[in-house]
Design a protein around this ligand. Structure first.
Ligand SMILES: Cc1cc2nc3c(=O)[nH]c(=O)nc-3n(C[C@H](O)[C@H](O)[C@H](O)COP(=O)(O)O)c2cc1C
Length: 283
């Protein structure tokens, strides 16, 4: 039986949501499909040994891949025996956002089966320019993406290779965002988070941050230099004390793509992962 592992990073839940839809569709087709949280893993080569196909999911940041995912990819061992697929979520447009990840996976020896973009709500909530889409239509998100995921999974299994964003125009459009984003990332990323005085020391950002960028010491919240711009803390601070935009606070935080969504779920591997359970039983 085909064994698929999806490795995903999701700052605010959109990529996790699409990962779960893909996992559900694969499982419906009786394929073993396990879901892992990149932020919870130091190294994944030992896990990958047990799967035939690797899926990679991430949110688009300036037509690029979040730093935490790029770091994870750097540690992947080169191997020619694995196949892969890539998907990313974006609020609007990334040119070659998924093709970029696919190219990096190819460099690691993987044969790419399919790549796709999924449009999801915007999670940048402290810039006025991005505030137009604050009313979330949960039904629309579901119906639109279920159809697209079904097509995506079918393409993976039939190796149809529509390979969204692989043409030269998409590459060019991607580069026009990616180059400035990487310059900006290098300059600002590490000291991006700004803290307001109304912080209540509730510890939520300490618990939620994927890079452990916050510590409470001597009765104050300290921000270390590890921000990867995922906007998780910004959107889940209960008093909107955190922001990245120097001139803007959050008025309507983004709390995820479903009404029942729980942010902590994005941080852990799926408790129902099958292959690892099997391995633990054998050991
Ligand atoms: C730093 C940053 C940069 C972003 N850049 C883009 C972009 O270039 N194009 C786009 O369509 N969306 C962009 N977005 C929006 C996210 O890609 C989108 O909301 C995504 O679905 C969030 O996924 P997540 O909830 O899994 O973190 C950006 C978001 C952040 C935080």
């Amino acid at each position: 039986m085909l064994k698929v592992a999806i490795f995903q990073f999701s700052g605010t839940g959109n990529t996790y949501y699409i990962s779960q839809l893909i996992q559900g569709e694969m499982r419906e087709k009786r394929i073993i499909c396990d879901l892992y949280a990149i932020e919870a893993l130091k190294e994944s080569n030992h896990l990958i040994d047990h799967y035939d196909v690797i899926g990679l999911g991430y949110p688009i940041y300036g037509s690029s891949i979040p730093y935490i995912v790029r770091k994870w990819m750097n540690r992947l061992r080169f191997r020619r025996d694995k196949r892969g697929f890539v998907f990313c979520t974006q609020m609007m447009f990334s040119g070659d956002g998924a093709a970029y990840g696919a190219r990096l996976l190819r460099k690691k020896g993987y044969r790419i089966l399919e790549q796709e973009h999924f449009n999801m709500p915007n999670n940048i909530t402290d810039y006025k320019i991005f505030k137009s889409s604050r009313l979330i239509n949960y039904e629309k998100i579901e119906s639109k993406n279920i159809k697209k995921v079904k097509r995506f999974v079918k393409n993976i299994l039939l190796e149809k290779k529509q390979l969204t964003g692989s043409n030269p125009i998409s590459l060019l459009l991607g580069l026009t965002q990616r180059i400035p984003y990487h310059l900006m990332e290098r300059r600002f990323m590490n000291h991006a988070i700004l803290l307001e005085k109304n912080c209540t020391l509730c510890n939520k950002c300490v618990e939620l941050c994927p890079t452990k960028n916050f510590v409470i010491k001597d009765g104050t919240l300290r921000v270390r230099n590890r921000c990867i711009l995922c906007y998780r803390c910004v959107n889940h601070c209960p008093v909107q004390a955190l922001h990245i935009n120097k001139r803007g606070l959050v008025d309507t935080p983004y709390h995820g793509p479903t009404k029942q969504f729980k942010i902590k779920d994005v941080m852990i591997d799926d408790p129902l992962n099958e292959v690892i359970d099997e391995l633990e039983i054998i050991q």
